[in-house]
Design a protein around this ligand. Structure first.
Ligand SMILES: [Zn+2]
Length: 299
């Protein structure tokens, strides 16, 4: 496969507005800088998330407000194609919101997979990016999107599946690369230690710290997105309802937060045992660092 970067289509599939920010915001800005076309799928409207300031939203309006926050955030990053699947945020594990009939976790898997297959056949991405199976911190919507997106990745190229989403202009399409976004366990530990050091109560218990996030040895791809940290932070700051100035993450020293934000981590899931050259995200990040905006001959 040889292609110019301006032929590169990327599909990112996440659960909530703001999931694109902390772990992948630099990658998205880098991909835009490199000329890739990005489609961002947001499965829910984050309806049951926190409201940092009651003047910004009520529980009834939060979903709509968060859609708008995501649009503003992506305007800063330069991502123009946003698709909302309009499921309801399922809330944290074992809460009442899990049972809501519109909750993402209540949706038929084939329905969600079908929607993702349809978007893949329409936008023809070579690269698909989604949550990892840990969901970072185990949010049921994150793990759901990991599973359904992985299934859609494997089925979109099979014309015998989801024929209702096939047409002459929208034939079967098999994306080439599947990445999971990682939030490495060591990064959680680093933030946790920094909070303890400054007398801040971490939002996770000490017994969780050994199981939160992605095991470090599962990371295949480490991207230096330092050039894009300012864009990433400006974009993240659009998710105003989700930023609590008194929360534990806001108490971390800015230097540490910036340092954590300048590196983003992935596991390349498909193709398995890919050569280093086939790792498109790594290749593009390297080009972006050296100011080259065109690659060819990636196989
Ligand atoms: Zn989320």
């Amino acid at each position: 496969m040889s292609h110019r970067i301006d032929d590169l289509n990327i599909l990112c599939a996440f659960a909530h507005p703001d999931d694109e920010g902390f772990a992948t915001g630099g990658t998205l800005a880098m991909l835009v800088d490199q000329g890739a076309h990005i489609t961002l799928v947001c499965a829910t409207n984050g309806d049951v998330g926190e409201i940092s300031d009651p003047s910004l939203a009520t529980p009834a309006t939060l979903g709509q407000v968060r859609q708008e926050e995501l649009r503003r955030a992506m305007a800063i990053t330069g991502v123009q194609d946003i698709r909302f699947l309009n499921y309801r945020d399922s809330g944290m594990a074992d809460t009442e919101d899990n049972q809501h009939p519109n909750a993402l976790v209540q949706a038929k898997p084939t329905q969600v997979v079908g929607q993702l297959v349809a978007i893949m056949r329409e936008t023809r991405p070579q690269v698909v990016i989604t949550h990892d199976p840990t969901g970072g911190y185990g949010h049921p919507d994150h793990t759901t999107m990991c599973h359904q997106t992985t299934t859609a990745f494997r089925l979109a190229g099979d014309a015998s599946t989801y024929p209702e989403y096939l047409s002459e202009t929208q034939p079967a399409w098999a994306p080439s690369l599947l990445y999971y976004v990682c939030f490495p366990r060591s990064t959680f530990r680093r933030m946790w230690q920094s909070m303890l050091d400054r007398g801040v109560t971490p939002p996770f218990a000490s017994k969780e710290i050994d199981v939160l996030g992605t095991p470090d040895d599962e990371v295949t791809t480490v991207l230096d997105v330092g050039r894009f940290v300012d864009t990433k932070i400006a974009s993240l700051n659009c998710h105003r309802t989700q930023i609590d100035p008194n929360g534990p993450f806001s108490q971390l020293p800015e230097e540490l937060t910036r340092d954590i934000m300048r590196t983003e981590y992935y596991t390349l899931i498909e193709p398995k045992a890919a050569s280093k050259d086939a790792d498109i995200l790594a290749t593009l990040a390297e080009s972006a660092r050296s100011g080259v905006n065109n690659i060819e001959g990636t196989s």
